[in-house]
Design a protein around this ligand. Structure first.
Ligand code: HEM
Length: 156
């Protein structure tokens, strides 16, 4: 009984509630795939934690409802995706977060993501940033950090 309780407590530390476990990996900010901006100007342009949270929620919903890419998001752990995507954006935008997710190649392995899928996701992100009224120049700063990641995300 005691062992069961200890195991349960340990499991809840490793895997936040409502998330599926993933294969072990080494946590590092380097997994975020980009270096962060060194001041918090962009973080403030994105309206901080509340703004980034709204953008990620909107982005994930748009992807789920987008017939071009919705199939890729079926049967995936979107609770985890929302959490680590918020961390990734916060880290890159200079919000001072740590990124605890997987690197981009491991996260998207065997999904068969193509260039057109990446373009669709970027469109959806642009729409979510527009709704949040993030200034255009600030939007482009984030997109410039994400663009090179296509090398890890897109499969040939
Ligand atoms: C620069 C572009 C992208 C970034 C920054 C990004 C970021 C992320 C992050 C941080 C994760 C979670 C990693 C983890 O679980 O540890 C993730 C997972 C995922 N991404 Fe992306 N992504 C990008 C492009 C795409 C594209 C183009 C698609 C499909 C159209 C996509 C579909 C997914 C899906 C379905 C998951 C969930 C995987 C799972 O539950 O195991 N991503 N992405």
């Amino acid at each position: 009984m005691l062992i069961a309780v200890i195991l349960l407590v340990q499991a809840s530390v490793v895997v936040p509630a409502a998330e599926q476990p993933v294969a072990p990996y080494t946590q590092s900010d380097a997994n975020a795939g980009a270096t962060p901006f060194t001041n918090d100007r962009l973080w403030r342009a994105f309206h901080g934690e509340a703004g980034v949270s709204r953008i990620v929620e909107d982005l994930v919903a748009r992807n789920q409802n987008d017939p071009r890419i919705s199939d890729i998001f079926k049967n995936q752990d979107l609770v985890r995706l929302r959490r680590v995507l918020k961390e990734q954006f916060c880290y890159i935008l200079g919000g001072g977060c740590s990124y605890t997710g997987r690197d981009m190649r491991a996260a998207h392995k065997d999904m068969g993501i193509q260039r057109a899928d990446m373009a669709a996701l970027v469109e959806n992100l642009q729409a979510a940033m527009r709704v949040e009224r993030v200034p255009f120049a600030a939007q482009n700063h984030l997109l410039a950090k994400l663009a090179p990641m296509h090398r890890e995300v897109v499969e040939r």
